[in-house]
Design a protein around this ligand. Structure first.
Ligand code: F6P
Length: 376
């Protein structure tokens, strides 16, 4: 009997999503025992029953495409904006799963998607997930697809910024994505030979950064490249943020509406003020070193365009393995990368685990040994 497989892509898009959809689709159709349907725009399309039949014609020629042919959104099943209010639409989603006679639903996404998918699996749906994110911060997998492409793009940007920074004797602060994890800034920073790399895991001291830049000046090098993750924080901001987060958890448990609002507003304000942090950092370094400084924010450029060969291979490995697990009747798992192979990790072990750069990671040691300032 034919199995019916659903696929959706959720959260921020990531290079390799189409390669993964293709791998799941082609492996499933190739088995001769499965039909595949895609849901548009993440969990919202599943809720609204907006579908795309994934037949061979649709799956052909998408391997190299950026983005996702299914579309994506950050909507959550249990907190879905509908007609001006936010509603729990989990029941509707479960009904649509049943309406399509699905035997398995594959949710491709980052940390948030893993959580949402886990909730659906707790409601009895057969869920499998794949880890994708340019931030590489999904827990319990060696790596996520999308990261390699983003690192390549960010590295090329640093390479190009080098020659202009050198010619004008400037500091260039280049901001990369990564709110919680610094893999991208660390990887691209090392590959591009950034002089300073700032990541969320290591609170930075401005004085130390300025000193490192001045030392380069003293050696006759009057330019510096500062690679900074969007989530990197100065020591002061780090402490303020830690305090705000602690308070948020306290009031979430036992605060009244007034204290809740006050705490959430303070967090909001903090985040908004941080939106300009690359500019602030650049201005501060300009003042402290006397060198002219410019900023470049790579933003969504890092997520766009064709996936690297590495990400295409990774997405194909994960997507095809996912179908093997479906054939074996496995569900409630994330198909993770483990060494050269894959592993089905139960979703309850994935949720809430963030893959951040550990303080003793070898790449941090390598960076320090080659003289890169990490801001500490
Ligand atoms: O989820 C990955 C990510 O690319 C983060 O690095 C970044 O902070 C965020 O998405 C940006 O989200 P959006 O596309 O919604 O602006």
């Amino acid at each position: 009997m034919n199995k019916h497989i659903g696929i959706l892509t959720a959260g921020g898009d990531s290079p390799g999503l189409n390669a993964a959809i293709r791998a799941i689709g082609k492996s499933a159709l190739g088995s001769g025992k499965m039909q595949v349907i895609g849901f548009r725009d993440g969990f919202r399309g599943l809720m609204e029953n907006r579908t795309l039949r994934l037949d061979r014609d649709v799956l052909s020629s998408i391997l190299t495409l950026g983005g996702t042919i299914l579309g994506t959104s950050r909507d959550k099943p249990h907190r879905m904006p509908v007609g001006g209010t936010v509603m729990d639409m989990t029941d509707v989603i479960c009904d649509n799963y049943a309406r399509h006679n699905l035997d398995a639903l594959v949710c491709i996404g980052g940390g948030g998607t893993q959580k949402n998918a886990y909730r659906l699996s707790q409601r009895g749906l057969n869920i499998l997930t794949l880890p994708k994110t340019i931030d590489n911060d999904v827990g319990m997998t060696d790596i996520s697809f999308g990261f390699n492409t983003a690192m390549e793009i960010a590295t090329e940007a640093i390479d190009r910024l080098h020659s202009t920074a050198h010619s004008h004797h400037r500091i260039i602060v280049v901001e990369m994505m990564g709110h919680n994890a610094g893999w991208l800034a660390l990887g691209a920073g090392l590959a591009g030979g950034a002089d300073v790399i700032l990541i969320p895991e290591i609170p930075y001291d401005l004085v130390k950064i300025a000193q490192a830049i001045r030392q380069r000046q003293l050696r006759g090098t009057r330019f510096s490249i500062v690679a900074v993750a969007e989530g990197a924080l100065s020591i002061d901001d780090f402490n303020i943020y830690a305090e705000l987060k602690k308070k948020k958890n306290e009031v979430k448990e036992n605060g009244n509406e007034k204290t809740k609002k006050k705490t959430f507003d303070a967090l909001d304000q903090f985040s908004r003020a941080r939106a300009n942090h690359a500019l602030r950092l650049s201005q501060q370094l300009e003042e402290m070193t006397g060198l002219e400084s410019r900023i470049t924010i790579l933003g969504h450029l890092q997520r766009g365009g064709t996936p690297s060969a590495t990400d295409r291979v990774l997405a194909t490995r994960l997507g095809s393995a996912c179908v093997k697990y479906i054939e074996e009747g496995v569900s409630g798992v994330m198909v993770a990368v483990r060494g050269d192979g894959t592993e089905a990790v139960p979703l309850d072990q994935v949720v809430g685990k963030r893959h951040v750069v550990p303080a003793d990671h070898s790449l941090l040691e390598s960076a320090r040994r080659v003289g890169t300032c990490l801001g500490d």
